[in-house]
Write a protein that binds this ligand. Structure first.
Ligand code: GAP
Length: 465
C-alpha cells in the first residue's frame, strides 16, 4: 500500500512544511529574506527533539563528554588563529546579464564538472574558464560571467564598536561553534575532573555569508550546529577516531532509525595540511547524497594555533605517565536543519487507501514526532463530548506533547494529524460517555482500538516511551 513518490519530493516537502507549520520562509510579509527560515510550531518541536536526542546521546550517555554553551561573539583574534579570516572563502562569480551571484563550485557541479575540494583559487578559476560553454546562470540561463573571486564567509558586526569605520576592525558572528570549545578547553579542564581523552559538546547558532543558499534548509546563512570536540593524546587519536565514526553512524541508524541504505560514508581525498583523516556521513536527500555530518581527525592544529595567538600554554601533562603534549582533536559536526531535512525525507509517505483516497503521512519515529497524541471530541457542537475530551486532554498534556482538535470532521482531523506525523489520535464519542472508553487510532496502520480512560495513560506511555 505505502509507496514513496520520488518525483518532486523536495517541492512536496517544502510545501508540507509551510502548509502544516514546520518551516516558513523568513520575513515573508516583507517579500522574504534570502537564505533564512523560521521554524513554525511543529518545526520548533522537531528541532527541539533532535537537539535533545543529540545531547542525550553525546553528553548524557557518555561519562567522558561534557557540555558547554559559549557566546556567539568572541574575541576577533580567534578567527585569525583558526584561519577563518584568511582562508574561510568560497569562489564567487556574477552573471553579467542578470547580476545573480553564484558559487563557482556549484555552477561547475550543476554542469557535471567536478571541482576538487582543495583546489586553489587559480585552479578553480581555470577550470571554470575551460568549461564556460557548459555553464549556465541558474537564474537567466546565459553564459556570461565576471572573473572568479574568493569571497570570505565570515559575517561581520559592529558589536561594541561605535565608530563609522568599524568595518576595519569587525567582530564576527561565529562561523562554527567549535571555536568556543577550543578556547574554553583549559577552563573546562581546570574546573572539572576531566582527563584526556574527554570531549566537550555544544549546540548553538552559527553564521556564514553563504553565496548561494540552496536546497531549502540544507544550506542557510544562519543555522544551528551540534558539535563535539574530543581531546586525545597523539598516540590514541586514530583509535578514538574510529570509535567516534562508529558511534556517530549508530546515532543515525540505531538511535534516529534512519535507513542504512540512505546513508553512506564519503572519504575526503584531499585533506587540509593538518588533518589526519576526514569522512562525511552523507544522506540521500531528495537532491541526492549530500553531506549530513563531518567526522574529522584534526591533529593538534586547533590548540596549537590558539596557544600561539593567545600566548597561553594549552599543553597537557598526563597525570600518570607525565607525558606532555598538545592534545589532538577529533570532531563530530552536524547542522540541526540537515538532520531535520533528512528526517522529513525519511518520513514523507504518500499512500493510496483501500477506498481509493490518498493520504500524506509523516512516518516519524514516535520519539521524534512533534505531537505525540491528538485528542478529539467526535462532534464540536456536543458540549458533553467536548467537556469529556478536554478532561482527557488536560490529563495527557502533562505527560505527552498533545493537541486538542475539534475542527472539521474526524476524517479531516486524521488527515491533518497524519501530515504532522502524530502517532496516536484519541477520539471521545457517545460510547465514551456510556462505557468510559475511547478510540485510539494508530497513524501507520490506521487501526482503531477501544481503551478504557483509566488505562489510556499507561497504554500510550508503553507505545511512546
Ligand atoms: N567545525 C567544523 C565545521 O563547521 P563544516 O563542514 O563547515 O565543518 C559542519 O560544517 C556541519 O555543519 C555540516 O556537515 C552541516 O551539517 C552543517 N552546516 C555547515 N554549513 C551549513 C549551512 N550553511 N547551513 C546548514 N548547515 C550547515
Amino acid at each position: 500500500m505505502a509507496e514513496k513518490e520520488e518525483n518532486n519530493l523536495m517541492e512536496k516537502i517544502v510545501s508540507l512544511c509551510k502548509r502544516r507549520g514546520f518551516v516558513y520562509p523568513s520575513s515573508e510579509i516583507y517579500g522574504g529574506f534570502s537564505s533564512c527560515y523560521d521554524y513554525g510550531p511543529y518545526g520548533a518541536e522537531l528541532e527541539s527533539s533532535i537537539k535533545k536526542m543529540w545531547w542525550d546521546y553525546m553528553v548524557q550517555f557518555r561519562e567522558d563528554i561534557i557540555g558547554l554553551n559559549s557566546a556567539i561573539f568572541m574575541h576577533p583574534k580567534i578567527w585569525e588563529a583558526s584561519g577563518h579570516v584568511s582562508g574561510f572563502a568560497d569562489p564567487l562569480t556574477e552573471c553579467k546579464n542578470c547580476h545573480t551571484r553564484s558559487r563557482v563550485d556549484h555552477l561547475l557541479e550543476d554542469a557535471s564538472v567536478i571541482a576538487d575540494e582543495k583546489m586553489s583559487e587559480k585552479e578553480i578559476a581555470d577550470l571554470f574558464k575551460k568549461n564556460i560553454q557548459k555553464i549556465k546562470c541558474p537564474n537567466c540561463g546565459k553564459s556570461d560571467f565576471t572573473e572568479v573571486k574568493k569571497f570570505n564567509l565570515l559575517v561581520k558586526s559592529n558589536l561594541g564598536n561605535f565608530t563609522d569605520d568599524w568595518q576595519k576592525d569587525p567582530v564576527y558572528l561565529r562561523g562554527e561553534t567549535c571555536q568556543g570549545i577550543y578556547v574554553n578547553y583549559k577552563n573546562v579542564l581546570d574546573s572539572t575532573r576531566s582527563r584526556i581523552p574527554f570531549g566537550i559538546a555544544q549546540i548553538g547558532k552559527a553564521f556564514r555569508n553563504e553565496i548561494t543558499a540552496r536546497q531549502f534548509i540544507f544550506r542557510t546563512r544562519e543555522f544551528e550546529q551540534m558539535e563535539m570536540q574530543y581531546f586525545t593524546s597523539p598516540k590514541t587519536e586514530m583509535q578514538e577516531y574510529e570509535k567516534l565514526r562508529e558511534y556517530r553512524w549508530k546515532f543515525y541508524t540505531e538511535y534516529l532509525s534512519i535507513k542504512e541504505k540512505n546513508l553512506k560514508w564519503h572519504k575526503h581525498d584531499n585533506l587540509v595540511f593538518y588533518a589526519k583523516e576526514a569522512f562525511d556521513i552523507e544522506y540521500n536527500f531528495p537532491f541526492g547524497f549530500k553531506e549530513l555530518e563531518g567526522v574529522h581527525a584534526r591533529g593538534d592544529y586547533d590548540l596549537t594555533q590558539h596557544s600561539k595567538f593567545s600566548k597561553t600554554d594549552l599543553s597537557y601533562t598526563d597525570p600518570e605517565t607525565k607525558e606532555k603534549y598538545t592534545p589532538h582533536i577529533i570532531e563530530s559536526s552536524v547542522g540541526v536543519a540537515r538532520i531535520m531535512l533528512a528526517l522529513m525525507t525519511e518520513a514523507y509517505t504518500e499512500e493510496k487507501l483501500e477506498d481509493g483516497e490518498e493520504r500524506i503521512v509523516m512516518k516519524f519515529p514516535v520519539k521524534l514526532a512533534p505531537v505525540k497524541v491528538a485528542v478529539f471530541p467526535l462532534l464540536k457542537n456536543k458540549p458533553e463530548l467536548v467537556k469529556k475530551a478536554k478532561a482527557v486532554f488536560d490529563v495527557l498534556k502533562y505527560k505527552f506533547m498533545c493537541e486538542f482538535d475539534d475542527n472539521g470532521n474526524i476524517g479531516k482531523r486524521y488527515r491533518r494529524q497524519d501530515e504532522i506525523g502524530t502517532p496516536f489520535c484519541v477520539t471521545i464519542d457517545f460510547d465514551t460517555l456510556e462505557n468510559g472508553d475511547v478510540t485510539v487510532r494508530d497513524r501507520d496502520t490506521m487501526k482503531q482500538e477501544r481503551i478504557k480512560i483509566e488505562d489510556l495513560q499507561s497504554f500510550l506511555n508503553n507505545k511512546i516511551n
